[in-house]
Each structure stands twice: as structure tokens, then as C-alpha cells.
Design a protein. Sequence first.
Length: 52
Amino acid sequence: MYGIAPEDPTDILIANRWLEQPSQVINHETHGNLKFGFSWVIFVLVFYIHLV
């Protein structure tokens, strides 16, 4: 309805792949990005299920 949940599941896979790539940033910052990405995926799934 609001266009937040991607219709193509590959969008989430690409986002996860991008987050999993080795980064030259501090490990703590990278861990934070992974945590944020995971919580965002959960939010999208819950939001999509709520719409259906």
C-alpha cells in the first residue's frame, strides 16, 4: 500500500549481500550495520504480513 515492502525478494537478498561484504570500517560499526539490516528485514516481513 505504501510501497515500503519490495515486491521483488531479490531486493532484500541484494541488500543482505551488500551488508555481508567485508568492510574496511571499524568492526563495531560493521556489526551495527548488520544488526540494522537484519532488523529492517524483519520489519519488512512483519509489515508485509500485516498488509496481507
